[in-house]
Structure formats: C-alpha cells, structure tokens
Design a binder for this molecule. Structure first.
Ligand SMILES: Nc1nc2c(c(=O)[nH]1)N[C@H]1C(S)=C(S)[C@@H](COP(=O)(O)O)O[C@H]1N2
Ligand SMILES: [Mo]
Length: 413
C-alpha cells in the first residue's frame, strides 16, 4: 500500500483552536479527523500524546519515558528566542547526579594535545572570554515521524529543535590552551550520565566532530541557557553546544573531551547511528552500513508556529509566522502555498540574530474563500537546497526527514 509521508501523530489530529485574534474556538474532538493526508501538526491529537509534567518545563509532548524524550509542539516554538521551559529534551541514559559546587566540576581535555588539562568550570569561566549567541539545537532525528515506512527511534515531528541563547566559552580557546598536536583530527566528548541500565563506567552516548567544526567560533562549552545557570536536564553545569549539526554532538554534563587522531568511535558513531545513505536505498530495506556517511549539517526546515495546526479562523486574512533554519547554512527564501503546492508566494524572511540562529518568517495571506485549507511552508537554503514534498532519503534510523511544513485551518463564514 502506498502511504503518504505524513506523521503518524497528525493523522489522529482534529481541528483545534488557539483562542487568538483571528482564531476562533475549537471545532472540538467530536469531529472525525480531517482528511489531510499530508498535514503535519504537532501531536496534540484528540486523545493526544502524554504531556510532560516537570518543574520548570512546559507541557511538552513526551515521546519516551526511559530515557526521557520530549518534543516542543509547533505552536510552542513561536517565540523568537526559545524559552528554557519550552526547549525539547533528549536523554539517551539517566540524568546524572550533579551535586556540589558547580565551579569545582572538572572537564578533562586529553588525547592529541601538548598539555592534557583537567580544568574546573570555575577556571573555564575566569580564564576564557565568555560569549553569548542564539544557537540552534536540533536532534538528528527531528522529523523522523514523516518517514514512510517508519524508521526506528523517537517519532519526532518538527519539535526536536529550539533556538535559545547560550553563554559559554569557545571550545577553540580551550583546545588551543591545551595545544593541539598536528595529529589532532577529531574530538570525542563524554558526559557524566549513567546508561539506562545504570552503568557509570561506559557512556550512554559519545559523539564528536572533526577538529575544524570544533574550532568554529560558535562551538561552545556553555554554562548558561537564556542567561541562567544551565538547568540539570539540559546538561548542568556545562555542556557542548555545536550548532548546525545533530544535537547529539552537543554533549550534556560534559566531563571529557578526547582529542583524537582519527574519527571518533564512541557509542553513536558507528553502524547506522547518525548516518545517512550515500546513495538512496529502498525505503524499509536493511541498508548496508558500509554505504552510510555521517550526518553533518542538518537539513533545511521550516515550521509554521502561528497559527497552530487545526486552528479555526474567523477571517480569511491570515497573518502567519514561523522559523526556518538549515544546519550550517542560511535561509534564502521561504514560500507559502494555500493550494497544495500549485502556486507559491514568498514570505518575509528576517536575517538571523547571528550565524546558527534560526530565521523568522512571516506572511499575510488572504484565503480565497471560507472553508478548509492547508497552508504549506517551504524553505530554501543559501545553497539553493529546498524542502522536499515528502521525507526523502529514507534510512534505517530515520535522520534528515525535512518535508515541507503543512498546517490545516478552517475559515468560518
Ligand atoms: N551526555 C549526554 N549528552 C547528550 C545526550 C545524552 O543523552 N547524554 N543527548 C544528545 C542528544 S541526542 C540531543 S538531541 C541533545 C538534546 O539536548 P537537550 O536535552 O538539552 O534538548 O543532547 C545531546 N547531548
Ligand atoms: Mo538527538
């Protein structure tokens, strides 16, 4: 059977209101799901996903309990700067015990360096200049639910992403102070989180990036999130933030950076993990590990954050907005269609706050009649790469699904 690449969650969706300006009340859960094979709202379905109950966090959609994984519903991604309470959560193991003076926490820098260091957070803060940037954090599996057939893993819609403010020191400054040997080609990083089974002597995940990426000015050892001390769930007291690439390289609870003379080989670096096929494979097939390449830059993506999927509108005039981003690259254009992709109109796209920040887009559209519409958004990056109509380049663990974004609205007369 041929299936569309819509999210499983969205098929359960029904129209719902968000109670704002031109947006009326909910149509209610009594209506059958609207026939929108391609719509892809956040999984706020009739029954709905389990919602996160955690102090300091919004009611994010829980994708998994053990380990804890929660995504941000599209309408909760509306802020220009993602508030801490709305930032998605992705753990691979357990949350470590982080007690005692955060400034005494140690990060080891070893491997291909002239002077191995064991540096405290206090020294990191006092010896290196602090910088603050708005940086994308996006799970490598973001969009996975749009793959058909299903790919293994957490069924993210578009909410495994956020763009908060991060403060920290440049990873480059720290690596330079240890002195990189000419043999240094890659870093592998480690956090203090025990595995799901509770092991503390092996990492739950340990990924890394080539030295060139680590040395970029936006690659940080971060100690603040939105101006506050790093929350425990997001990696206290310090974490890596290496924007543009799968967030699995942004190690939380950072306690070691191993400078390598070859590609890092920790858990999460081999097999089908964070890898995509070099040449497209048959969807649903096993694939061959040898034909996979490490996913580096994340792909181009757009998300309409207002109105919410399933909104009931009281006017044909719709002021919509959202964000678009493209890994290591900028967004060139975002186009909007209200006729299933037959015609497109350009949205207004703002410049990013800094490199690696998402870009806001907005559009004022006039829907031709009352009734049911899908509103589609399609971003194109600075290389001219655009979002496909369906999740493309299927792969066993489901990375890089970035189909055009679709929401449903109903305009009442
Ligand atoms: N130590 C450690 N770091 C980690 C992880 C983890 O499980 N352990 N998960 C990674 C993955 S897969 C993602 S998507 C991001 C999620 O960061 P967040 O929970 O702060 O949103 O953290 C990354 N860093
Ligand atoms: Mo992730």
């Amino acid at each position: 059977m041929l299936r569309s690449g819509t999210s499983k969650a969205s098929r359960r969706n029904v129209l719902k209101g968000v109670g704002m300006a031109t947006v009326g009340a909910s149509l209610g859960a009594s209506l059958p799901p609207v026939g929108s094979a391609l719509a892809q709202g956040a999984p706020a379905a009739a029954k709905g996903p389990k919602l996160l109950e955690m102090e300091g966090k919004a009611k994010l959609a829980v994708l998994g309990d053990k380990p804890l994984v929660a995504e941000t519903q599209a309408e909760l991604l509306d802020d220009n700067v993602t508030p801490t309470n709305k930032l998605f959560i992705r753990n691979n193991g357990q949350v470590p015990d982080v007690t005692g003076d955060p400034k005494a926490w140690k990060v080891k820098i070893d491997g291909e360096v002239n002077t191995p260091l064991e540096i405290t957070v206090g020294d990191l803060m006092s010896k290196f200049p602090a910088v603050t940037y708005q940086l994308m954090l996006e799970c490598g599996g973001n969009g996975r639910s749009f793959f058909s057939p299903d790919a293994r893993g957490n069924q993210w819609t578009n909410g495994g992403a956020g763009c908060p403010m991060w403060t920290g020191v440049r990873l480059a400054d720290v690596l330079k102070s240890a002195g990189l040997k000419s043999s240094a080609v890659y870093i592998g990083s480690y956090g203090a989180d025990p595995t799901l089974a509770g092991d503390t002597d092996k990492p739950s995940i340990s990924r890394g990036v080539p030295i060139a990426k680590a040395m970029e000015e936006h690659s940080l050892i971060a100690f603040k999130l939105n101006g506050q001390d790093m929350p425990l769930i997001h990696g206290a007291p310090v974490r890596l933030v290496i924007p543009g690439w799968p967030a699995s390289v942004s190690t939380k609870w950072l306690n070691r950076i191993w400078v390598r003379d070859k590609e890092h080989d920790g858990p999460g670096m081999g097999g089908f993990s964070y890898r995509v096929p070099k040449t497209p494979i048959v969807p649903g097939s096993k694939g061959n590990e040898k034909d996979m390449a490490i996913l580096e830059s994340m792909p181009v993506r757009s998300v309409i954050t207002f109105p919410a999927d399933g909104s009931k509108l009281t006017s044909r005039k719709l002021d919509l907005r959202g964000h678009a981003w493209a890994g290591d690259f900028d967004i060139k254009t975002v186009d909007i269609s209200t006729d299933y992709g037959v015609t497109w109109k350009p949205a207004k796209v703002d410049a990013p706050a800094n490199k690696y920040a998402w870009q806001n887009f907005s559009a004022s559209i006039e829907l031709p009649t009352t009734g049911y519409y899908e509103v589609w958004a399609k971003a194109t990056d600075s290389k001219g790469v655009t979002q496909p109509f369906q999740a493309a380049n299927w792969n066993p663990q489901g990375y890089g699904a970035n189909p055009i974004n679709r929401i449903r609205v109903l305009v009442e007369s």
